[in-house]
Design a protein around this ligand. Structure first.
Ligand code: G3P
Length: 249
């Protein structure tokens, strides 16, 4: 009942020309792809990439946005500005935002609600640090981030939310959670969603896995019952490495 959703988070990589080259390759190579796709370039490349993916099966995503609609917020980019560029979805609560830029659950929740109010899709990232996993707190951390991230989000709005489970220790490290470990957290997060919104909403919600997803582990991860896609970082930076993930199955 759930479609696979494969997203590429290009993080702070690529000039506009490099982003355009990759976007063109992806459009050509994924045109017959059977899953849902998104690319999230840097703000500076959104317009360029947006023009290339417009009207294709690849959605345009942003990697972050401001918690306010507009105003005196130097250096921030608003939901209105993103929509103006044709952005359809936004990644929020990425661990790099949480841990490097100290975004907390309340701020992330404000952004989630604002994006949804403006009709954007949201990829809400959750995930534990290594020490939290080692001390047995992985489920509790993901539960808190999910509950607080979704506070005030209506059942209707939830249809536009994807949750991405990204264990922080697996991001950019080459260490992937085993498919079993990842699936266990996904199942747990699904239960949390069931408690908040009911079984039907929990069955429908897409939960991506992120953290060193590569062509050689993607299929095993996504074969698991509760893993509905991937949020890919490093391997999303080249068509050669992203397309095999995007075309799995
Ligand atoms: O958002 C994607 C991400 O953080 C995973 O990055 O490089 O481990 O695939 P990577």
């Amino acid at each position: 009942m759930r479609d696979y959703f494969i997203a590429g988070n290009w993080k702070m990589h690529k000039t506009r020309a490099e982003a355009a080259d990759l976007a063109k390759d992806l459009v050509a190579q994924l045109k017959d792809g059977k899953h849902k796709y998104l690319v999230a370039p840097s703000f500076t490349s959104l317009e360029t990439v947006g023009a290339i993916v417009k009207g294709t099966n690849i959605m345009l995503g942003a990697q972050n946005m401001a918690s306010e609609e507009q105003g005196a917020h130097t250096g921030e980019v608003s939901v209105l500005q993103l929509k103006d560029l044709g952005v359809q979805a936004v990644i929020l609560g990425h661990s790099e935002r949480r841990h490097i830029y100290k975004e907390d659950d309340a701020l992330i929740n404000k952004k989630v609600k604002l994006a949804l109010q403006h009709g954007m899709e949201v990829i809400l990232c959750v995930g534990e640090l290594l020490e939290e996993r080692e001390s047995g707190k992985a489920e509790a951390v993901c539960e808190t981030q999910t509950v607080k991230g979704l506070e005030g989000v209506s059942a209707a709005e939830l249809a536009k939310v994807t949750i991405a489970y990204e264990p922080v220790w697996a991001i950019g490290t080459g260490k992937t959670a085993t498919p079993e470990d990842a699936d266990a957290i996904h199942a747990y997060v699904r239960k949390v969603v069931a408690k908040l919104y009911g079984e039907d909403a929990a069955k429908k919600i897409c939960i991506q896995y992120g953290g060193s997803v590569k062509a050689d582990n993607a299929a095993q991860l996504m074969a698991k019952e509760n893993i509905d896609g991937a949020l890919v970082g490093g391997a999303a930076l080249k068509a050669d490495t992203f397309v095999p993930i995007a075309k799995f199955g």
